[in-house]
Design a protein around this ligand. Structure first.
Ligand code: MN
Length: 291
């Protein structure tokens, strides 16, 4: 069993000029990764032909993630806001199919940000209906949609795997999967193993992030337990490293994610270290499972 190992483009770049795009792909490849995760927050800035060209050149697989925003949010009862949220999702899906990708993941079901109150049944129903339509469209392109479960300050709708599984049942689409992120699980879940078991064969995408989003192993997350759970579950999907520092600023994302501090300057060293950390961690978990 091997997982494609990826890295979020936010480690490298804060925008999508041709120069930035080339840099992100070159560094992803040279740090050893197989997958590059693009931010689809501003899809009109991404040149899909260039992405395809660079994927072919470097042998990389592209994925895309986004979070919705307050003015374009399907988890809402204002129908104009919901309509803009649906349009944003369609544009993001067009981006993924445009560069030949197979994954659209992230906070696709909600605004990425703090809400002023708990989720309401009416807003959730609008989100369920929107995801049903997006998944139907994604199926015809062979795209898997991942619901990234995030902490309470970044959505009021899906903070736990249990909630995500209920949401998936309500949507009823075969290509809708759970997207786990250790940074968020560390805040909301009781441990890092049970959510993997709860998701079962609905686990479709994984983000690896440290408790402070910096160097892996320098925070409080129990990565050995998480890697063991992935191995026990026979998870073979993508595992993507996410880290953010004020050294790389994305105007559309950094403030939303509360990237206020400098966690690193040398993203090449960071990325190489993370690749080794993840592959060594998985290898140790597999060896432990065999003995
Ligand atoms: Mn994440």
């Amino acid at each position: 069993m091997t997982n494609p190992i990826g890295i979020h483009a936010g480690v490298w770049i804060g925008g999508w000029s041709p120069q930035e795009t080339q840099l992100a792909f070159e560094r992803t490849k040279s740090a050893g990764y197989q997958v590059i995760e693009l931010t689809a927050t501003a899809p009109e800035q991404i040149d899909t032909a260039l992405v395809q060209e660079l994927c072919a050149l470097h042998g990389l697989t592209p994925t895309a993630s986004l979070g919705l925003t307050a003015d374009a949010d399907v988890n809402n009862t204002d129908l104009a806001v919901v309509r803009r949220g649906r349009e944003r999702l369609e544009t993001a899906l067009d981006l993924v199919t445009g560069f030949g990708g197979s994954y659209l993941v992230g906070v696709v079901y909600s605004k990425l940000g703090k809400y002023d109150g708990p989720a309401t049944p009416a807003a959730r129903a609008n989100s369920v209906a929107a995801l049903r339509d997006v998944c139907a469209k994604a199926t015809s392109s062979g795209v898997t949609v991942g619901l990234e479960i995030v902490n309470r300050y970044e959505s009021n709708l899906l903070n736990t795997t249990r909630q995500a599984m209920d949401f998936i049942d309500a949507v009823g689409a075969d290509n809708l999967m759970v997207h786990l992120d250790t940074y968020h699980m560390n805040i909301e879940e009781g441990d890092l193993s049970r959510p993997v078991r709860e998701a079962g064969d609905r686990l479709g995408y994984v983000h690896i992030g440290e408790s402070h989003r910096g160097y892996l192993g320098s925070g409080t997350i129990d990565f050995p337990a998480f890697f063991r759970a992935l191995v026990q579950a026979d998870y073979t999907g993508p595992i993507t490293f996410e880290s953010f520092s004020s050294a790389v600023v994305d105007p559309a994302l950094s403030n939303t994610l509360a990237v206020w501090r400098n966690m690193w300057d040398d993203n090449v060293d960071l990325a190489r270290h993370a690749y080794r950390f993840i592959t060594d961690g998985l290898a140790a978990a597999r060896a432990g499972a065999r003995s």
